[in-house]
Design a protein around this ligand. Structure first.
Ligand code: HEM
Length: 546
């Protein structure tokens, strides 16, 4: 071949490459565009997205649930928003949420992929963000094992004792109520998980848990990591991806801390056996799982096994404490509800002892109070971790394609006027049985019947429903019953309280507010002192983790 012929051949190759590149650059986005547009036309309507950007430019930087609620008024109880090219269906009605995430739970029980948090930090270890499937169901079964009704009965004495300690501590440091509520819920979760109580939030183990929790939620900020849009970036070597090295470093620290806690319980069991008193180790999730593991095989590595009891703290301590903070805000802004609760405990119990779980059947108003606190300002405001669909589905004539993120906007669901008229008014009577509990409630206050037995959706839906719901409800019941029995909780004279002033993030709690917390009488103070002494004795066997 002559030089001229060779050059000619080369230039024609170059030219065809150029055409190919142009074709790819133009055609690929065009294919995406046609694909996205055809989905857009078939999915539930929502605010108009831009190509490739979706609705990102319309999403508020903070408190997105408020904007979602506004959109639900325009587009209806189920609408679509686009995060870039990814569709998210947002639900604002409890019946629609139940129809999808409960009745069709075989299709809607997965989680959207969370590369930074679920894969790089936890390396698939945490049940919370695990996709629906075998790995998730192994962990979920283990959790249920320690949260059966029988196991929950074992934890009730701990919850009672901790609630007595909470009341006692409030006597001398009412201004620290928020910290005291956090210690109360942390101690319960640790006793349930590991059989050890928490006496102070300064304990190293707790400081570490809060650090892990804050770090993991800092990863979950939409748009923070490019790897969420381009998961292939997770394979970039650490030397070129310091952000990834940092996340994995945190992940290793958390995994090591989780395994150290399992070792504590193993040590407790070994010590008790050596002393000839194996039953002296308190029952806990970790102990039950270690026993189970010695009699049958559990298909989890040591590392993954240690994530099971550890998952309770992240999911259960802060959520329950925040809900109690909301109860305080409700008492301050709706004193009639506190008065009604006090009237009930005074009539049923009197002043010589405080309420216990044994009184629960006779305290319908307190049971309703727990539900109303959970409803009024739902801590998991966007339904906790989102669901994701694993199959194409048609709902109301609209397509919900496989892989769609599904958000139950609890803010809109729990404040839906059709189900809860005057929804921002805190009124536990909504949850009383109008016939058997003979509670007068203005006609207009009763709305449509909620599909869930509990009357609210604050613990989520279907197969992913919160496994700690009953444990949390028990903690709330016993704490609120003892608190209203023992204390006046009121606003500071002349101070305005904003019931919408809440923190941002996946879990919300009221912005710090001051209030007046006073014991109701000298007689009740003496009862609180006495019950605290008994509680301290009972809790001795759950030695404190320092
Ligand atoms: C007031 C307290 C609590 C509230 C409001 C709450 C709420 C929620 C919500 C909304 C979800 C997501 C449900 C869904 O995806 O449909 C969830 C999941 C979860 N919660 Fe809770 N929770 C609370 C307390 C607890 C406690 C005390 C524990 C453990 C002892 C716990 C453990 C979990 C776990 C492990 C998950 C993940 C379940 C899974 O993905 O399969 N939670 N919670």
């Amino acid at each position: 071949m002559s030089l001229a012929m060779a050059l000619e051949a080369l230039s024609s190759v170059d030219l065809s490459y150029t055409w190919l590149s142009v074709a790819i650059l133009v055609i690929t986005p065009l294919i995406f565009l046609i694909h996205d547009y055809s989905l857009y036309l078939r999915m539930p309507p929502g605010p108009r997205p831009l190509p490739f950007i979706g609705n990102n430019h319309q999403l508020p930087q903070s408190q997105p649930w408020l904007q979602f609620e506004k959109w639900s008024k325009i587009y209806g109880p189920i609408f679509t928003i686009w995060i870039g090219r990814l569709p998210t269906v947002v639900i604002s009605d409890p019946v629609v949420a139940a129809e999808l995430m409960e009745k069709r739970s075989n299709k809607y029980s997965s989680r959207p992929r969370m590369v930074a948090m679920g894969e790089l930090l936890w390396d698939g270890g945490s049940v919370l963000v695990q996709p629906y499937g075998k790995e998730w169901s192994v962990r979920r079964k283990l959790l249920h094992y320690a949260l059966t009704p029988k196991a929950l009965r074992l934890y009730k004495p701990i919850q009672e004792a901790e609630a007595s300690r909470l009341c006692y501590q409030l006597l001398s440091a009412p201004e620290d109520y928020e910290k005291l509520l956090e210690r109360f819920t942390s101690s319960i979760v640790f006793s349930v998980s590991y059989g050890h109580r928490i006496d102070s939030l300064d304990a190293e183990v707790i400081r570490q848990r809060f650090e892990f929790m804050h770090y993991s939620s800092s990863l979950n900020v939409p748009g923070k990591y490019l790897v969420e849009s381009f998961p292939v970036l997770k394979y970039v070597p650490n030397v070129f991806a310091p952000w990834k090295a940092d996340i994995q470093h945190h992940g290793r620290r958390e995994a090591a801390a989780n395994m150290a806690l399992v070792d504590v319980v193993k040590g407790d069991i070994a010590q008790a056996k050596a002393k000839g008193a194996p039953d002296s180790v308190p029952d806990s999730l970790c102990k039950l799982l270690l026993e189970l593991r010695s009699s049958q095989s559990i298909p989890l590595s040591d590392r993954d096994f240690s994530f099971v009891p550890a998952s309770l703290f992240g999911a259960g301590a802060d959520t329950t404490a925040s809900t109690l903070c909301t109860a305080f805000l409700a008492f301050v802004t709706h004193p009639e509800a506190l008065r009604a609760a006090q009237a009930e405990v005074d009539a049923v119990i009197g002043s010589t002892r405080s309420p216990t779980f044994a009184d629960e059947p006779n305290l319908p108003y307190i049971r309703a109070l727990v539900k109303e606190v959970l409803r009024w300002r739902p801590v998991a405001v966007l339904g906790g971790t989102p669901h994701s669909s694993t199959e194409d589905d048609i709902y109301g004539g609209y397509l919900i394609p496989k892989g769609t993120t599904v958000l139950g906007n609890l803010w809109a669901i729990n404040l839906n006027e059709l189900y809860y008229p005057n929804s921002h008014v805190f009124d536990p009577r909504r949850f009383l049985d109008p016939v058997s509990e003979k509670q007068p409630l203005e006609g207009g206050m009763r709305g449509k019947t909620h599909p869930a037995k509990a009357g609210h959706s604050s613990f989520g839906w279907g197969r992913r429903i919160c496994p700690g719901a009953d444990l949390a409800a028990n903690s709330l019941f016993v704490a609120l019953a003892k608190l209203v029995w023992g204390f006046q909780i009121a606003g500071i004279e002349g101070k305005e309280y904003d019931t919408f002033a809440y923190t941002d993030g996946f879990n919300i709690r009221p912005e710090k507010f001051e209030c007046v917390i006073q014991v109701r009488s000298e007689e009740r103070k003496e009862v609180i002192d006495q019950e605290d002494r008994e509680a301290e004795v009972f809790l001795e066997r759950f030695t404190a983790l320092e």
